[in-house]
Design a protein around this ligand. Structure first.
Ligand SMILES: [Zn+2]
Length: 106
C-alpha cells in the first residue's frame, strides 16, 4: 500500500519546520537542504523539489513569477525566506554568477 499523499496544508506546515528566525535579523533562515548554488531546496513531494524561496513566493504568497524571471533577495541572503526581502528580475542579468547553469527554474 502506498502512503497517503500529504495534503497541501501538511506540506506548508512541513515547510515552516525548516525555517527559523535568527536573532538580530529580519531574515527567516532556511535550515533544510541546500543546492550547490547556495539556495534552499524544498521537496514538495516525492520526485518534485523546488527552490525554497520560490516556494514561499509562488505557493505560500501566490505572487506572480514568470518563467523568464529570477527571484532575488534585497538582503543578499539566499536562504532567507522573508518574502519582503525578495524581488523579481528578468532572467539573464546574472548569468555569470556561480551555479546558474546547474539550476532549472522550478
Ligand atoms: Zn532576508
Amino acid at each position: 500500500m502506498p502512503l497517503p499523499k500529504p495534503t497541501e496544508l501538511e506540506t506548508r506546515q512541513r515547510f515552516w519546520t525548516h525555517v527559523e528566525r535568527r536573532e538580530g535579523s529580519e531574515c527567516l533562515m532556511w535550515t533544510g537542504a541546500l543546492l550547490v548554488s547556495g539556495y534552499g531546496q524544498f521537496k514538495i513531494r516525492v520526485g518534485k523539489t523546488i527552490r525554497a524561496h520560490r516556494y514561499v513566493w509562488k505557493v505560500l504568497y501566490n505572487l506572480p513569477l514568470e518563467d523568464g524571471e529570477d527571484l532575488r533577495h534585497t538582503c543578499g541572503v539566499r536562504i532567507c525566506m522573508n518574502v519582503a526581502h525578495m524581488y523579481t528580475e528578468p532572467h539573464g542579468k546574472s548569468l555569470l554568477q556561480k551555479g546558474w547553469s546547474n539550476e532549472r527554474s522550478a
